[in-house]
Design a protein around this ligand. Sequence first.
Ligand SMILES: [Zn+2]
Length: 410
Amino acid sequence: METYDLIIRNARLRGLEGVHDIAIKDGRIAKIGIITGKGENEVDAGGKLVTESFMNPHLHMCKVYTFKQIGEESLRQYHEKSMGGAMTAIELASKIKERYRADWIYENAKKAALEALKHGCTHIRAFVDTDTKARLEGIKALLKLRDEVKEFMTIQVVAFPQDGVLRDPGSEELVRKAVEMGADVVGGIPWIEYTEEDSKAHIDKMFEIAKEYDRDVAMLTDDAGDPGLRTTEYLALKTIKEKWIGRVTACHARAMEFYPEPYFRKLAHLLKTAEMSIVSDPHTGPLHARVRELLDQGVNVAFGQDDIADAYYPYGRNKMLEIAFLCSHLLWMTSLRDMEILYDMVTRMAGKAMNIKNHRIEVGAPANLVVLNAENVYEAIWYQAEPRYVISRGRIVAENEEITRFHVKI
Ligand SMILES: [Zn+2]
């Protein structure tokens, strides 16, 4: 008789009729269907939905839970209707970095990582401020955490020069140092520079590091209400020129909302050619990338948590089903078909945005799964119930139970 490490019995799978068993061996999906063999461990999904685990391609992980320390002023600026105060918000928020220390950042980030696991999110792309104020304190904290959790969770550490590269002399060297220390991804925020020329130089310099150390690139582009911001375009052009196809992601790109149609179409075409993903976070600012139209144009679009209780957003708990629920409202994606897309955007497409290969339920794929407490995607997004089991690298890493006792009779 065949034996497996783990078997999930009676699982409902997206797009398939009936229930199926999933057998897992050596961290991978070994078989799907009727499984006669035995598992060292077996769980019964009881006809509930089993899908790929959630992934979060954008989180400012060195800033989590700092909201109370920093106060509300930068949040007020960032959330102004036109997002005209976005740059002021970043300047105000950077104050906290004078107090940056690896020890408390590590504790906060650990709390956020456990929250993610609880809610079924197994992969996080962590943007970590790497600049002359933050120095390498956040990087030290997140690299330590990344290594500690690596058996059951993926944290990709992004060396992120939050205050600019040209605007903050010294940050380029710090990003290089962070990558030498082991940061996985080279970051950037080109729109924050003072001139278009500087924005381009910012992208060029960060690409130099990415190429030298063979790293993926993830930048925050055009994150304010100014249609003149066009760094997403240059990032795509640079990606094509440097043949970094499929390795680059742009987060936010909120100015896109104001682009004239012909320019938007050209940009979408460039993004597709560069196989660049867009990570949108409509819940953290009043503007957002043109998600629906990008999807229509065939661009890979995912949602990120972006912030957890920091200077830019007061809520957040690394719960990607909550993000899907919020975005369903903010983007008015409320049809059953839309919900399937929203779900993809926090699972498969989020994985693609993080350059995670093969995040699918299929034989041979890594077994990163959630056994939901819902029968379908609609119910999952509607109730956002905690997953009954969270499976990472082929083993159960979290289990949730929901208990309600009514003390009334009807
Ligand atoms: Zn962000």
